[in-house]
Each structure stands twice: as structure tokens, then as C-alpha cells.
Design a protein around this ligand. Structure first.
Ligand code: DAH
Length: 342
């Protein structure tokens, strides 16, 4: 058989070939496209072909190789598509799904959300401020000038040795941020993280959370504050009554500490209230007129009240947790216990 005939025979074979699976396709590849393929030896035959036929012979070689490549690529795509189809056929729609790990809310977030939603129900809106705060909003606007001894109670972390920028020691600067950016009526609730330079122990931490409240309008009185806080105590603790004890905060006048009545009818409440029946929850008071003026609000026209409470202490009591540090350790064995409290 001449080299021409042999090539034509190979070309026919390529055209009619139809490998049925990956193995047969691989044999096709080795035979026609592998390093020792059957077309290669025929290429060398070009020297035996008469000169006037060399061009035709060369073209026939090229056509044969291209046909082999085209066939291989087409068949490969066909087999891959078929494999995908059969995977789809084996999909069992009744099989149980992959189990999805469900997270849970952090107990601090649960407690904060509860407090916020109680106040939202009576028209308070959530306000926000930065954790890296400046001296003016954190202290000065809260009526605590640089030489004021009240600053000692809230030592904090200053940034890059600057005395201007600090980690906020309470959520009260959100009061100043709100009052300097909007006029009354103001009714805000501001949850967030705060920092103090304190030794970490079972009872105290250098970071914790607070919720702040502020209500300013014309003719707001101490009675309005008392009634609002009583509503909160009932919703949050089911407490029938509250007690306001005189206290001092630089930014309120008069100032008070609010206790809720949890009673002493069981051992737990006796212990939580140290045998008094009262549980201390928050600081509060009428906003000092100097604070209103510093923040650009006319203290002759407007008055208001403010309150602030720590979250960790409440959550410790609510969930009977023995150590404040658990809240910040991110141990899922601890956090998982609150999954149902969402
Ligand atoms: N900022 C106070 C603190 O961290 C708590 C506080 C007391 C906030 C009285 C208030 C308030 O808004 O009226 O100790």
C-alpha cells in the first residue's frame, strides 16, 4: 500500500472511530496523537513521494492530524457531559441535608437587645458613637473638666500618648454627640462597648458594655424619669417597684441610683440583693443645664433626664454566671448555653 493509501485509511479510521468511554478515548489518543502515534512514521515517507505529489501529501498529513485532534476534543467534551448527566441522575433529593452549624447570640447581646427593645416600644431610637472618643465628648461636655476629681473614677486608655483621644469610659458621650447634632425633642437609647483602666478580675474588666438613655423636650420633669424607669423595671425584671437613692454624677442634677425590687422570698434573690430585696441597676438624673448649654441646647426652654447602666453585671445576675471574664473568652462551650435564650 502506498503512503497515500495508508494515510487515507487512517483518516477514514479517525472519522468513523467512536470511543465509548474514557479508556477507549485514551487508546484513541495514544494511537493518533501520542508521542509514538501511527501518523508520524508516514511523515518520513514524504521523501519517497514524487516531487509533483509532495504538496498534496503534505496537505493530507495535516488534514489527518487535525481530524484526529478535532475528534479527540469533541469526544472528550461529549464524555464529560455524559458523566455530569449521570451524576445528576444519581442525585437523591430525599437524602437528608448536610447539617448546618447554628450559632447563637452572645449573652451580652441578648441582654442589650432586650433593654433596647423595651425602650424602642415607647419611642426611643437607637443612637451610636465611636469607641475611640475625644476628651471633649467623653469628659468635658459631660461636665467633667480636666481638673475635676470625678475623672479619677474613670481612668482609661489614651491613644499614642495623646491626652486628646481615648477609649470612651462610658456611653454618655453619645448624649453630647446627639445634642450637638440635633435639637429636641430627643429620645435616644445608645448601647455600646466602653473601656476602663482596671485590673481584670472575676468582678471587673477593662472592657464592658453599657446602655445609655437620653430624653429632652419642653417641660420634662423628674416624675417623667421615674415613670419611664418604672416601666423599664417592670418589663425587664418584672419588678413591681423601684427606688431612687440620691447620688452624684457630674452631668446630672439631681442625680440618683435606681434599684429594682426583686424581693427576698427565695434564697437566690436574698443573695443577689444582699439581704435587702433591692438590686442596683443604673445611674440616672436630670440633665445638668450646663451640659445642655455646652451642647448648644437652650436650658431655659428645654429640660430632660438621662440614665446609664452596665450590661455585664446584669447578665451575670440574670444568668447566674460566676465570672465576668467568660464573656470575653469566646469559649463556645460557655456561649452555647445561651443558644435557646435567643
Ligand atoms: N456614665 C455613668 C457611668 O458610667 C452612668 C450614668 C449615670 C449615665 C447617670 C447617665 C446618668 O446617663 O444620668 O458611671
Amino acid at each position: 500500500m502506498s503512503a497515500f493509501d495508508q494515510l487515507n485509511a487512517l483518516l477514514q479510521e479517525i472519522k468513523s472511530a467512536h470511543p465509548q468511554n474514557a479508556e477507549e478515548l485514551e487508546q484513541f489518543r495514544i494511537r493518533f496523537l501520542g508521542t509514538k502515534n501511527v501518523i508520524k512514521p508516514l511523515m518520513g515517507e514524504i521523501k519517497t513521494v514524487p516531487n509533483e505529489q509532495k504538496k498534496d501529501f503534505g496537505q493530507l498529513i495535516n488534514r489527518t492530524v487535525s481530524a484526529a485532534e478535532a475528534k479527540f476534543n469533541a469526544l472528550k467534551a461529549e464524555l464529560e457531559a455524559a458523566a455530569e448527566d449521570s451524576d445528576a441522575q444519581h442525585l437523591d433529593l430525599t437524602a437528608p441535608g448536610e447539617p448546618l452549624e447554628l450559632g447563637s447570640r452572645h449573652p451580652i447581646a441578648i441582654t442589650m437587645n432586650r433593654i433596647v427593645s423595651i425602650f424602642e416600644r415607647i419611642g426611643f431610637v437607637v443612637a451610636d458613637g465611636p469607641e475611640i472618643e475625644d476628651d471633649w465628648h467623653n469628659f468635658t461636655a459631660m461636665n467633667t473638666p480636666e481638673d475635676h476629681p470625678a475623672r479619677d473614677m474613670q481612668d482609661t486608655f489614651y491613644l499614642l500618648n495623646s491626652t486628646e483621644m481615648l477609649l470612651r469610659t462610658h456611653t454618655s458621650p453619645v448624649q453630647a454627640r446627639t445634642m450637638t447634632s440635633q435639637q429636641p425633642p430627643i429620645r435616644i437609647i445608645a448601647p455600646g462597648r466602653v473601656y476602663r483602666n482596671e485590673t481584670v478580675s472575676a468582678r471587673s474588666h477593662c472592657q464592658f458594655h453599657q446602655v445609655e438613655g437620653l430624653y429632652i423636650d419642653e417641660g420634662v420633669s423628674f416624675a417623667d424619669m421615674k415613670q419611664t424607669l418604672l416601666y423599664f423595671a417592670k418589663e425587664m425584671f418584672g419588678a413591681p417597684k423601684i427606688r431612687l437613692r440620691p447620688s452624684f454624677f457630674p452631668f446630672t442634677e439631681p442625680s440618683a441610683e435606681m434599684d429594682v425590687w426583686i424581693g427576698m422570698d427565695n434564697e437566690r434573690n436574698y443573695r443577689l440583693s444582699k439581704g435587702t430585696g433591692w438590686l442596683e441597676i443604673m445611674g440616672c438624673g436630670m440633665v445638668d443645664p450646663d451640659v445642655l448649654e455646652m451642647c448648644g441646647i437652650d436650658s431655659k426652654k428645654y429640660s430632660g433626664f438621662a440614665f446609664g447602666m452596665g450590661i455585664e453585671r446584669q447578665a451575670l445576675r440574670l444568668y447566674d454566671i460566676g465570672d465576668i471574664r467568660y464573656f470575653f473568652e469566646n469559649d463556645v462551650r460557655f456561649l452555647r448555653q445561651f443558644a435557646s435564650a435567643m
